[in-house]
Design a protein. Structure first.
Length: 103
């Protein structure tokens, strides 16, 4: 399972409303590139019960394909300010480039 911070969940709900996509789940995907790095994607999409696992996290319906499920297991999605810009980040202990945040 993955986690979504309250800040990220609020931004996801705002984005869905602004794009008139309320009711569609958020699809989260990860792909391992040939060099071992991970590439992440997310967007609003229909769920396919035959191929997807669905979660309800922080008030957000999330779908993850069976292909991405093992890659994102234990990941947290956050929404933070970096260099003056707000953006989503993926904190994924499965990613070889992951560095835990300093506390």
């Amino acid at each position: 399972m993955i986690s979504i911070t309250p800040e990220a969940a609020a931004q996801i709900r705002t984005s869905a409303k602004e794009q008139h996509l309320e009711g569609l789940p958020l699809r989260v995907a990860a792909q391992r590139l040939p060099d071992g790095k991970f590439h992440y994607a997310m967007g609003f999409d229909e769920a396919d019960p035959a191929k997807d696992t669905t979660y309800h996290i922080e008030g957000v319906d999330v779908v993850i394909s069976s292909i991405s499920l093992d890659l994102v297991k234990g990941m947290t999605i956050d929404f933070v300010e970096i260099d003056g810009e707000n953006q989503f980040i993926f904190l994924n202990p499965n990613d070889p480039n992951y560095t835990p945040p300093e506390e």
